[in-house]
Write a protein that binds this ligand. Structure first.
Ligand code: MCA
Ligand code: AMP
Length: 480
């Protein structure tokens, strides 16, 4: 029996597992397809997955997990520089793709294996160890290229079981979402979650309010989204009374990856009669806290620690906060079986991420209400930007901008944005003040090298960047 996905070998054979557009697989079909592919993958160490929002991505990742092989999901929109870094760092031995996919260099140089979603076979019988790697997911830091968080099989299993407890998530649930499949939210929670429960997922390919409403009217019970998606739903509902009714029918509306503004919470509650609940997680920790299905859905909070997760708040001087007063602020530190094991090839970064007594430093700053509800109030690093639910490091974009011949100096900041949460702003000192590079050109430059979601949405030109006596850029002194 599969330890991560019991339903693959259980009594669920004829039940629907996955649906992407008009293509779907039952558990029996999924078991056959992943079994065949797992046989092909056995003996490999790490494989890449070209993570388009398609059936093939789900089959590829489940097959790798069944084979005990670590999967590295790749953003199909990543630019050459970002892909080059991830492939160099993770060194996959092959890449799994949907048939007919045109791959850009440098992925083209890998051995390519097309995923057959109608394949038949059975997975190798041996079980991989619980602390073995399941996924390597790349996540941005404040400076330098993204780091590969190695997520063990144990973390995937425990986080999904903790969420099942918090959300009363069962095999009766049908999840709808339109999240990308190369991050934890869309892949681990949004695909592996329903499959671990023996329930099903319907992926929209692309998020729209209408698509969500259609599925909720047709038997879906839960919705997962980032705040930008809920913001867009809140904007659409006044003109879409039918969508409001459909959302009102959902058993659970869950938001995460960034804070959902209270205004959007309230607009959705007013239009649908249902409250969105928030959960809080990170690539490195999977899920830490959540509002429980049977708890109070209080806007502006991320609920209580999940079963098995130890959470503490620590002040800047190292004092552990003991107060539950809704006021005393500290960094969230966590411990538990939900954590990653390391940043791949980065022992320095791994060591820096933990305290001496083994707590992971999240960098998120919070207070705790008297009943234990956690309220995130900020982030320690101003150089981390959350835009559309994506974590984006300012340093990475600055480096890309500095590679443009028209840029002499560059600084990147995040600015509040009603739709994206934060938007990326590039402050540029042009090489030639008479003909500065255009905003569109710089956005395309970053999108081509890194990824479209990392492109600056606003470009501002300066004669010089504000610097302190040591020559360090003072971002707080940039004109707002
Ligand atoms: C625009 N596009 C471009 C360019 N400009 N492409 C190339 N070059 C350019 N210069 C394309 C974009 O790729 C996109 O394509 C389309 O134009 C629209 O772009 P944009 O406005 O940026 O995007 P959007 O469609 O408005 O996206 C909003 C979104 C998205 C759907 C909310 O931001 C999103 O999917 N966010 C989810 C992030 C996420 O899952 N985070 C989880 C990580 P196309 O439309 O074809 O894509 S956090 C996590 O995992 C932790 C554990 C947690 O707690 O959850
Ligand atoms: P990532 O590394 O992309 O997985 O993003 C993790 C970060 O997203 C966390 O450190 C938080 O800053 C943020 N985050 C995730 N969920 C929430 C939430 N519900 N509310 C506020 N911030 C969140």
């Amino acid at each position: 029996m599969s330890s991560l996905f019991p339903a693959l070998t259980g009594a669920s054979a004829g039940r629907p597992a996955l649906r992407f557009g008009d293509r779907s697989l039952t558990y029996a079909e999924l078991a056959a397809a992943t079994g065949a592919l797992a046989g092909r993958l056995a003996g490999h160490d790490r494989v890449a997955v070209w993570a388009t929002p398609e059936l093939e991505t789900a089959v590829a990742v489940v097959a790798a997990l069944e084979a005990g092989v670590a999967a590295v999901p790749l953003n199909p929109k990543s630019g050459e520089k970002e892909l080059g870094h991830i492939l160099n760092d993770s060194a996959p031995t092959l890449v799994l793709v949907a048939p007919g996919t045109e791959l850009p260099s440098p992925v083209r140089d890998l051995e390519l294996v097309e995923v057959d979603v109608h394949g038949t076979g059975s997975a190798p019988g041996s079980e991989a160890p619980a602390d073995g790697p399941a996924l390597v997911v790349y996540t941005s830091g404040t400076t330098g290229p993204p780091k590969g968080a190695v997520i063990p099989r144990r973390a995937v299993a425990t986080t999904l079981d903790a969420l099942a407890d918090a959300w009363q998530w069962t095999d009766e649930d049908v999840l709808v979402h339109g999240l990308p499949l190369f991050h934890v939210h869309g892949l681990v929670l949004g695909v592996l979650g329903p499959l671990r429960r023996g329930g099903s997922v319907r992926h929209l390919g692309r998020f729209t309010t209408e698509g969500v409403a259609r599925e909720l009217n047709d038997g879906a019970t839960m919705l997962f989204g980032v705040p930008t998606m809920y913001h867009r739903i809140a904007q659409d509902l006044p003109e879409q009374p039918e969508s409001a009714k459909a959302l009102g029918r959902a058993r659970l509306l869950v938001s995460g990856s960034a804070a959902l503004p209270v205004h959007d919470h309230e607009r959705i509650a007013a239009a649908t009669g249902r409250r969105v609940i928030e959960r809080y997680g990170m690539t490195e920790t999977l899920m830490n806290t959540s509002v429980r299905a049977d708890g109070e859905a209080r806007a502006g909070t991320v609920g209580v620690p999940l079963p098995g997760v130890e959470l503490r708040l620590v002040e800047e001087d190292g004092t552990v906060v003991t107060a539950y007063d809704g006021e005393t602020v500290g960094e969230i530190q966590v411990r538990g079986p939900n954590l990653f094991t390391e940043y791949l090839n980065r022992p320095d970064a791994t060591a820096a991420a933990f305290t001496a007594d083994g707590w992971f430093r999240t960098g998120d700053v919070a207070v705790r209400d008297p009943d234990g509800y956690v309220r995130i109030v900020g982030r320690m690093a101003t150089d981390l930007i959350k835009s559309g639910g994506y974590k984006i490091g300012a340093g990475e974009i600055e480096n890309a901008l500095l590679e443009h011949p028209g840029v002499r100096e560059a600084a990147v900041t995040g600015e509040p944005d009603a739709d994206l949460g934060e938007r990326i702003v590039a402050w540029i000192v042009p090489a030639d003040p008479q003909s500065p590079p255009g905003g569109r050109e710089l956005a395309d430059h970053v999108a081509r090298r890194l990824a479209p979601h990392k492109r600056p949405r606003v470009v501002r030109y300066l004669d010089a960047l504000p610097r302190n006596d040591m020559g360090k850029i003072m971002k707080r002194a940039l004109p707002s």
